[in-house]
Design a protein around this ligand. Sequence first.
Ligand code: NAI
Ligand code: MG
Length: 359
Amino acid sequence: SKLTIGLIPADGIGKEVIPAAQQVLEAVSPNKFAFLHLDAGFELFQKTGVALPEETVEKLKSECAGALFGAVSSPSHKVAGYSSPIVALRKRMDLYANVRPVASPVGAAGKPIDMLIIRENTECLYIKSERLETLPDGTKVAWADRKITEYASKRIARMAFKMALQRGKLREAKRQQGGSVAWQGQPKVTVVHKSNVLSVSDGLFRESCLAVHKEDPSFAGVKLEEQLVDSMVYRMFREPDVFDVAVAPNLYGDIISDGAAALVGSLGVVAGANVGDNFVLGEPVHGSAPDIAGKGIANPIAAIRSAALLLEHLGLASEASRIHSAVDKVLNEQAQAMTPDLGGRGTTKGVTDAVIKLL
Ligand code: NAI
Ligand code: MG
């Protein structure tokens, strides 16, 4: 029987890169997948007044084995009645981990980089509890609540330690087959926080991660390290090769993963997946890129690798690794065919076709 994959391109280049990822899925295993096209996004909101239709959530839950999301164009100013459908989807489907691999054989610093950023996906400042107050003198004050729970922090920390162990095993297997691996040390998790200043909220995140490290004997095989978020940014650029897995609260994780994309050349190549206990939604790290939308030059690699991440989580490891190998080969051997973000003169279609040809 076929596996049904939900496709939610949403806005901007999402409409270009999600169809590219769909073609790659069709090529890697013809007849294995059925696709269900679903609506969401700011454009949909402008047309209908609804950014995330109930039908989309219902169909994801009842009919899909997993899904792919493109990007939404959320305006920077407040629009009455609108709130980001991807933030809502993560919350409603309890996709509590945003898993973002940042890897390249030759990173921007000339060193190999292979790190995994795990961003908590349900709380922190993104609970969007904001209010505006006007003082007696008529000036304004804006407030935002930040929520950090022990439950969500421990849950994300467990995921980080488990994935660090799993990555360690995969590296070992690769080494034994004579392959080279970027990360040489024992599995490591770097807890990113700012508890020197926010000792209560970031303090709870940090303590929860430290407690989880001690809770399972197998986690003793993972080295635990801490890094304040500001110096994390600095170190990522100076020595990207010292990180294996990094785990962070929602906002910090969002920021450091966009930053880390610069280390591998472009936001257009960094994949992500929103992972819950019962569902996985692949989603490239980039946004809707209005500056290049509609031109056919968006880099589809982030979306294609997000599809591969989705397959990994669905237990289709060999299909996933075939996609990654094809993408690696195109990246290594066909620089001219790359899209402009990577310095080439290629198109979305050209890059997609090159990947499909290798499959
Ligand atoms: P962005 O990620 O859309 O674009 C940043 C820069 O990277 C732009 O110069 C863009 O052209 C380039 N870029 C991004 N993806 C690319 C690709 N696949 N190929 C080639 N170049 C690529 O971030 P920005 O400009 O800050 O936000 C634009 C819109 O996207 C906003 O409305 C924002 O709310 C939304 N957004 C949505 C996200 C989501 O759906 N999860 C995440 C981030 C932003
Ligand atoms: Mg972001």
